[in-house]
Ligand binder design. Structure first.
Ligand SMILES: Cc1ncc(COP(=O)(O)O)c(C=O)c1O
Length: 386
């Protein structure tokens, strides 16, 4: 079966959060992490069958949905989980916030590695904890984002209780290696930290041959301090269906997570379960075709900057995700996002990710090649017009 990722869906005037931001303006939205592609036919078919039932009561996952998750983790990620470890969630940002509530107290410190997806910084703050971000470092010898182990060690105080870890890492798109994960596990063990591993991007690996190691299998000795957050939402482009899950092998951590969620966290909806099952059970062909398309988009983007816009630098290869972190320091723009918007491209500002003002922006390249080409041409015009 072939899939057509080249055909742009017209999302103007729809409920799309991504497109509504620029309603009535000629700005291509390249910000929030959803893709301008229709979902896999297998998901659309399953949803249509479910909608045809016409019954939309409160839902719980049926056995086949649980089986699909267990099979996905077992066969694709070599992680054999017990179904009782799964805690369903309406979103992973919710999972980050609940984790902070469940395992830390007001005033405790929560670490993350920056730049990072902004909710890693806001989740601790939302409940009166202290967010401490330790900057990632560019490797001195090769284009690679590294964990600065000395800085991470120095950041720990007696109040540090948790590490929020992004794997693969949004926005620098690193796929952490087994060796690095083992060091992270050792760090958490030595400082007695709960490790929350957000693996929402785990299927979107763009380097040929790259393998996702779930934190919990890379560091089996630390599984009792680990909460893994996962979802089909990014890979299968169904984030609006709000279906995610935590995998928490340790029963005490699971009970604390449930207690912190009680009365606050909404149920997952019936359509979300259906989409999740269809994605994992029947979506592999579409997913593989998508990844090939995204890989070509990534290469197109990288070559464009090298050839046409050398003032904008991708400091290290985009190993995963459909997001690229762009160094724009050389442009010396006071308000980079505004400047690019004025020239018709909507990017994410780097500041909420922990970057210095004017230093970085993030671009979402999960779109048809024609949209990407147009956005890049507009960026070039924006740079020339500064
Ligand atoms: C690392 C990471 N976690 C969580 C999310 C959002 O998850 P959700 O929409 O399920 O809350 C994103 C979205 O971009 C993300 O990049």
């Amino acid at each position: 079966m072939t899939f057509n990722f080249d055909k742009p869906p017209d999302r103007r005037g729809t409920d799309s959060q991504k497109w509504q931001r620029y309603a009535g303006r000629d700005v291509l939205p390249m910000w929030v992490a959803d893709m301008d592609f229709q979902a896999a036919p297998a998901i659309i078919d399953a949803l249509q069958r479910r909608v045809a039932d016409g019954i939309f009561g409160y839902a719980r996952p049926v056995q086949s949905t649980v089986d699909a998750v267990v099979a996905e983790l077992g066969t694709r990620h070599r992680w054999k989980i017990d179904p009782s470890w799964i805690v369903w969630l309406p979103g992973l940002v919710c999972g980050l916030n609940v984790s902070v509530l469940a395992y830390t107290l007001p005033g405790d410190e929560v670490l993350s590695l920056s730049p990072v997806y902004p909710p890693f910084i806001t989740a601790p703050k939302n409940s009166g904890r202290v967010a401490k971000s330790v900057p990632l470092a560019l490797n001195a010898y090769e284009p690679l984002w590294d964990i600065d182990w000395n800085a991470l060690e120095s950041a720990v105080t007696p109040c540090t209780k948790m590490l929020l870890f992004c794997h693969p890492h949004n926005p620098v798109a690193r796929v952490w290696s087994r060796e690095e994960l083992a060091l992270v596990a050792d760090f958490c063990a030595r400082h007695n930290l709960v490790l929350v591993s957000d693996e929402i991007h785990c299927d979107l690996l763009l380097q040929p041959g790259a393998v996702h190691e779930p934190f919990a299998i890379a560091a089996p000795s630390e599984v009792a301090r680990t909460v893994t957050l996962m979802s089909p939402s990014k890979t299968y482009n169904i984030p609006g269906l709000g279906t995610s899950f935590a995998v928490i092998p340790d029963s005490t951590l699971r009970a604390r997570f449930a207690k912190a969620s009680a009365g606050i966290v909404a149920e997952v909806n019936a359509l979300g379960y259906v989409a999740c099952e269809a994605a994992y059970r029947d979506g592999a062909q579409w997913r593989d075709a998508l990844i090939a398309y995204l890989r070509a988009n990534r290469d197109y983007l990288a070559e464009f900057f090298l050839r046409e816009l050398p003032e904008i630098i991708i400091e290290a290869p985009v190993e995963a995700t459909y997001l690229a972190w762009l160094n724009i320091k050389e442009l010396s723009l006071a308000s980079p996002v505004k400047h690019f918007e004025t020239h018709g491209v909507g990017l994410s500002d780097g500041v909420p990710f922990g970057a210095r003002p004017g230093s970085h922006v993030r671009i979402n390249f999960g779109c048809p090649r024609s949209t990407l080409a147009e956005a890049l041409a507009r960026m070039k015009a924006a740079v020339e017009a500064r």
